[in-house]
Design a protein around this ligand. Structure first.
Ligand code: FAD
Length: 478
């Protein structure tokens, strides 16, 4: 190949971790390149994750609400006149994905980030080889060699396989296939009652699927506060989602147009079997380092496949750092973005920081579930003395007005200092409201600090204020 191109920073991977880091680095004056092999920027999140799932969640909720919720609001709808146009619903999703991934490409141009469409791999600890994915004239383009003073690995994650089950993305699908089904399945089975499984379950349940969630644990929602998880399950059940907990899936096979799923009760060993038209395998994600050639330069990978880093995101080479899903911590887009910024700032100034005690989680079901900080079960097992403040949305005037009153806000505070330790919200717009909890947590606020802030009336966020009042004193409206 021709002479190598030199950059101050080469970012491998154009997902939330990589693209945000690349823009930040360019803004800080680095000659920055980003290598992405997908053909589109935005990574898992924009292409097959956060964004398409939220498009389907939002529009399926509209459809469901029109059918179930109109009359009480004074709108007479003839259910026979309401038709789901599933291909159009999918098109709306594709449109927003294209707008947003195209938007990142524009931001690269605006910030003068050089974008290489190809797979990046290590030639040496200072050279990244780009194998381009597409040639302009259909020819096989030759590799491009990049010389890099600094390298940031942001190669993300991929779907974890389920041992013994073959994903064909048609009848047995991962989240990627579930986001692109050709029709609404009559019966959808889901292995895994975590956020991704429950979000996709919500989508198809609203569109008419009979959804069954198979979960190995005795609770859904993984790291959710136990009380919130129980309420979530109750509300999703009311919406028609069927749960089989403590259920160990043993095998799943496609037979023509049906999938046969065999399982065992995790406690008693009792056998059971169900049939589904589509099976979604949603048992998590694993770090992605395939083809990166990380072993060639001796980068360390732990038992779970994560690239090992120190507290400055550095591998054994200080000029090679790692951020996002491919390393430690929760696999969340906003966590990946924060790390991208922090790592670039460390490159530039030697200092950068992410507060790992303050990373919100959101499940975009209806109602939404959002939390940040410690759960009650964590405080118990840590032996922390705490107090609880709760406020139900049924006592919140805006939720009442909106006829959307399921759920509550739960605030956990230190018993002595009354400092906020965790916030757990199940209710309308919980995902927006959790930002206030994050701000409070970051500033080390007490419950009284929040309770004394004037919140607009009538808003859902008054429930957050009143839960804080309830934590150290008494609420007014409940
Ligand atoms: P990724 O987004 O995976 O990006 C990595 C990129 O690197 C990919 O585009 C890949 O093609 C590229 N790449 C890999 N290797 C190479 C190589 N050698 N050369 C060139 N390019 C390479 N998170 C949230 O916070 N909120 C949500 O609502 C949410 N919903 C989700 C829904 C679903 C269905 C899924 C699957 C995930 C969801 N997530 C959500 C998780 C979120 O998508 C990830 O945490 C996030 O994308 C991680 O960002 P990343 O940049 O680390 O990795």
């Amino acid at each position: 190949s021709a002479a190598a191109k030199a950059h101050d920073l080469v970012v491998i991977g154009g997902g939330p971790a990589g693209y945000v880091a690349a823009i930040k680095a360019a803004q800080l004056g680095y000659d920055t390149a980003c290598v992405e092999m997908r053909g589109k920027l935005g990574g898992t999140c924009l292409n097959v994750g956060c964004i398409p799932s939220k498009a389907l969640l939002n529009n399926s909720q509209f459809y469901h609400q029109i059918l179930t919720d109109s009359k009480a609001r004074g709108i007479d709808v003839d259910p026979k006149a309401v038709a789901l146009n599933f291909p159009a619903l999918m098109k709306a999703k594709e449109k927003v994905v294209n707008q947003l991934t195209g938007g990142v490409e524009m931001l690269f141009k605006k910030n003068k980030v050089t974008y290489y469409k190809g797979r990046g791999s290590f030639d040496s600890e200072t050279a990244v080889r780009v194998s381009p994915v597409e040639g302009l004239d259909g020819s096989v383009p030759s590799d491009i060699l990049l010389e890099a003073k600094n390298i940031l690995i942001a190669t993300g994650s991929e779907v974890s396989p389920f041992p013994g089950i073959t994903i064909d993305e048609e009848r047995i699908v991962s989240s990627t296939g579930a986001l692109a089904l050709k029709e609404v399945p009559k019966r959808l089975a889901i292995i895994g009652g975590g956020i991704i499984g429950l979000e996709m379950g919500s989508v198809y349940s609203r569109l008419g699927s009979k959804v069954t969630v198979l979960e190995y644990q005795d609770k859904i929602g993984a790291s959710m506060d136990d009380e919130v998880a129980a309420t979530t399950q109750k509300l999703l059940k009311k919406q028609g989602i069927n749960f089989k907990l403590q259920t160990k899936v043993m095998a799943a096979t496609r037979n023509g147009d049906v999938v046969n799923i065999e399982m065992e009760n995790a406690k008693t060993g009792a056998k059971d079997a169900i049939e589904a038209d589509v099976l979604l395998v949603a048992v998590g994600r694993r770090p992605y380092v395939q083809g990166l050639n990380a072993d060639k330069i001796g980068l360390e990978v732990d038992k779970r496949g994560r690239l090992v880093i120190d507290d400055k995101y550095s591998t054994k080479f200080p000029h090679i750092k790692v951020v996002g899903d491919v390393t430690f911590g929760p696999m969340l887009a906003h966590k990946a973005e924060e790390e991208g910024i922090a790592a670039v700032e460390i490159f530039k100034t030697g200092y950068g920081h992410v507060n790992y005690n303050n990373i919100p989680s959101v499940m975009y079901s209806h109602p939404e579930v959002a939390w940040v900080g410690k759960t009650e079960q964590e405080l118990k097992s840590d032996g922390v003395q705490y107090k609880v403040g709760k406020f139900p949305f049924v006592a919140n005037s805006r939720a009442k007005t909106n006829m959307d009153t399921d759920g509550f806000v739960k605030i956990l505070i230190d018993a002595q200092t009354e400092r906020i330790l965790g916030a757990h919200i199940i209710g309308p717009n919980a995902g927006e409201m959790i930002a206030e909890a994050g701000l409070a947590l970051e500033y080390g606020a007490s419950a009284e600090d929040v309770a004394r802030v004037c919140h607009a009336h009538p808003t859902l966020s008054e429930a957050f204020k009143e839960a804080n009042m309830a934590a150290f004193d008494k609420p007014i409206n409940f």
